[in-house]
Design a protein around this ligand. Structure first.
Ligand code: ADP
Ligand code: ZN
Ligand code: ZN
Length: 745
């Protein structure tokens, strides 16, 4: 007997209220999750409709009391059908309950007051405005100068964008309003729109760009739907290519979703889309309230907008006839959700595109191994853009071996060369960025004399140093005592690497007391908007040097930066997970892309203890293919994604013993089935081990991994684990899954 769990009213608040019905024998073979069914309801047995959320062979209640479904209709054009199918796929692939999966794809409905949208309009004519601008410049009224400049270009600006992204205070705006320079216009409209910016602005694509755009548009017109990967260096004009294709798709009456990493969704990027498409565009970001997000989704459903731009959750915009999905900076880690279901936007977008009959375009200067691997297998169509669109030249990159500096007696964080170049930039009034690469830093141990890094003999990832000096592998749990001297060269200079942005700042201020320095890291960006404030201050040339972590290498355009110094390029290389080299290559390539973007030629200095490592060598040479080949060989050898697949099973509990015992028992049960061959020949369970961050807020974290070539083997193992969890409930313990994790635990 088959039973269907049915929801009558599909919305966030009603998800828990499902009703179970019997599937009549005649419908057993045709019924599917997502189908619209009719069934008798309530005492009067009135016929009503609902959607199938789940099919099961286990009745929740006494099956004799259940009623039967009357009819089934599969209508794949319905938005609800697509959403439920998508949620179902996410649940099956990543592991979660159906309710959690649905909650991820459905907007929360909240009744909220409609906000007043304000915009700012210029009141002066151009000549008067320029005179005013000159006066502000003379008086060093930077904020007013900045706003006026923008107003001269745009005439009308969205109030919220001005305060949030341009870092202009309401007091400044009021003052300028009193001087009759501008006027604040109030309009009652939906939130987060172009706010009066008119559409139509466009550039003429160059030959390389046009070739790609035409190719994809041709496919589209012929009804061919595919996934495309545009591998184009930073500044090669990918965004212009996207916009050209979006234009064509929107003209056919279809809708488009554009995913951009949150951190890259700057004022400038949003503005480019508004200028091209006007009020047809809306943006989402994670700081929107649930109500604001709901508004945007409602507008999409009503057909008032055709292009939605936002981070990964924008994927769930309820468009009813989606023609195209674009994922910019496709390699970014933020496309993987940290909550259950831990979905990846790239994979989910492929499924969504399939449901709609839409195309998918991925773009990146440093494609993920996954995407490039698919392109190599001809599953994706690959395009390249290897010249900068605005004739800017690529920066000169120099790699400095810190071991040599040490031999020469320089123990500071700065090589002689970097110091000299910084001095030169200060004297020329150009800007420098210093990037401290601490990404994924987990206390690895290395030798300052020979660059040797201590690795796990079983997993080929770096060991992490723990309190008391123990070295631990966070994949398999291998541990050993600390080294007193380097096993390679016997130097005593082996130990954990310690360096923070604060230390860098102190050192810079000491070297160049006359320079003005900004620092951007987790500490200085805790306050709301502080991130944008620091970036826009630096973009406005209010400081000579910007020091920061990976936050500074993404997204933003800095026209006056002509020097990028990468300190401790090795740090991310030694994070204890298999993606360390990929992340390092991406970060270094992105960092290099920050220098010299507009007219002024740029220079990049990469300081490292391991100049010979392929991630560093290839980033310096801007050689993606070279990197891909070496990295892919490593992944093949070790069976890491995308050569194979990997499932993390994570247990969290306040009671450490509880977490350990439970996870061990689960692992043993799976292991014995694996040994018996229940999951095919190549499944392998690794661990259990303590997580890299073994305890967060007094919650202990233990985990194990399962690897296999074929993903269906892992979803099978995940299903068994879920069954085990249901059969052996354990209080105070949470077990979660992460399919093909992109970050360490
Ligand atoms: P990407 O998205 O690849 O980083 P963008 O689309 O942002 O590149 O382009 C980089 C810069 O070059 C932008 O300022 C953009 O306006 C400009 N640009 C791109 N294509 C053209 C073109 N065909 N003609 C003139 N300027 C262009
Ligand atoms: Zn050594
Ligand atoms: Zn190991």
């Amino acid at each position: 007997m088959k039973y269907a769990n049915i929801i009558v009213n599909i919305s966030h608040e009603n998800l828990d209220k499902t009703f179970q019905y019997i599937v009549p024998k005649t419908l057993e073979d045709t019924i599917n999750v997502g189908d619209y069914v009719t069934m008798p309801f309530g005492r009067g047995n009135k016929l009503i409709g609902g959607y199938v959320l789940e099919l099961t062979d286990k009745p929740v209640y006494d099956s004799l009391k259940l009623k039967e479904i009357v009819s089934v209709k599969t209508d794949s054009r319905l938005v609800e059908y697509k959403l439920i199918r998508l949620a179902y796929w996410m649940k099956e692939r990543y592991g979660s309950t159906m309710i959690n999966a649905l909650k991820t794809v459905l907007p929360v409905k909240k009744i909220v007051k409609e906000k007043e949208l304000k915009s700012i309009a210029l009141k002066l004519d151009t000549k008067a405005a320029y005179e005013r601008l000159e006066m502000y410049a003379k008086k060093h009224q930077k904020a007013r100068e900045r706003l006026l400049k923008e107003l001269i270009n745009e005439k009308v600006l969205d109030y919220r964008l001005v305060t949030a992204k341009l870092n202009i205070t309401p007091a400044t705006i009021r003052a300028m309003e009193e001087q009759d320079i501008l006027t604040v216009v109030k309009k009652r409209v939906y939130r987060n729109t172009a706010g009066g910016i008119s559409a139509g602005s466009r550039v003429t694509l160059n030959a390389d760009q046009a070739a790609i755009a035409d190719d994809i548009k041709d496919d589209y017109k012929k009804g061919i739907r595919k996934t495309y990967l545009i591998h184009g260096i930073t500044g090669s004009g990918k965004t212009e290519v996207y916009m050209d294709i979006i234009d064509a798709v929107v003209k056919e009456g279809k809708q488009v979703i554009v995913l951009i990493p949150e951190i890259a969704l700057t004022y400038q990027t949003a503005l480019r889309f508004y200028k091209r498409f006007g009020d047809e565009v809306s943006t989402l970001h994670s700081k929107l309230s649930d109500g604001e997000r709901y508004d945007q989704f409602e507008r999409a459903k009503k057909g008032e907008i055709s292009v939605m731009i936002g981070p990964r959750s924008a994927l769930f915009t309820p468009f009813d006839d989606l023609g195209l999905i674009i994922i910019d900076e496709e390699h970014e880690g933020s496309y993987k959700s940290e909550n259950m279901p831990r979905y990846h936007a790239r994979e989910t977008a492929e499924v969504l595109a399939g449901l709609h009959g839409a195309s998918l375009i991925l773009g990146s200067a440093t494609p993920s191994l996954e995407a490039y691997y698919s392109a190599q297998k001809n599953e994706y169509k690959l395009f390249k853009l290897d010249k900068r669109a605005n004739e800017a030249s690529l920066p000169k990159v120099k790699v400095i071996d810190l071991k040599e500096e040490l031999k020469g007696g320089n123990k500071s964080m700065f090589s002689g060369e970097l110091k000299a170049l910084m001095e030169d930039r200060l004297s020329r009034g150009e800007q420098t960025m210093l990037f401290l690469n601490r990404r994924g830093y987990a206390g690895f141990v290395s030798c300052r004399s020979c660059g040797h890094v201590v690795k796990c003999p079983h997993c080929d990832v770096s060991l992490s140093e723990h309190k008391g000096g123990k070295l631990i592998c966070h994949y398999c749990g291998y541990e050993r005592s600390a080294y007193k001297e380097c096993p390679e060269c016997n130097s005593k200079l082996i130990g954990g690497m310690r360096a923070g942005t604060q230390q860098v700042e102190t050192a810079v201020r000491k070297m160049f007391p006359y320079a003005s320095v900004l620092r951007m890291d987790a500490d200085t960006t805790r306050q709301k908007d502080s991130y944008e404030k620091i970036l826009s201050a630096f973009a406005n040339k209010e400081a000579d040097i910007l020091i920061g972590t990976q936050m500074i290498v993404k997204g933003h355009d800095f026209p006056y930066v002509t020097l990028m110094g990468v300190l401790a390029a090795d740090m991310s290389l030694n994070a204890g997970d298999y993606r360390a080299a990929e992340r390092t290559f991406q970060l270094l390539t992105q960092a290099a892309g920050r220098a010299g973007r507009a007219g002024l030629p740029g220079e990049v200095v990469i300081q490292t203890y391991r100049p010979e490592h392929y991630a560093i060598r290839c980033a310096a040479a801007q050689d993606f293919e070279g990197f891909y080949n070496e990295e892919m060989a490593y992944r093949e050898l070790a069976g890491y994604p995308p050569a194979g697949h990997m499932l993390a099973v994570v247990a969290e509990s306040a009671d450490e013993e509880n977490a350990r015992t439970y996870l061990n028992a689960l692992a043993e049960s799976l292991k014995s089935d694996i040994i018996k061959g229940c999951y095919g020949p190549d499944a392998r369970l690794i661990g259990p081990a303590d997580a890299a961050v073994g305890k967060i807020n007094d919650i202990y974290r233990k985990l194990f991994y399962v690897k296999a070539r074929d993903i269906s083997v892992l979803t099978g193992i995940k299903d068994s684990a879920e069954e085990y969890l249901n059969a052996n409930k354990c209080k105070g313990l949470r077990v979660t899954f992460d399919m093909d994790p992109v970050r360490g635990y």
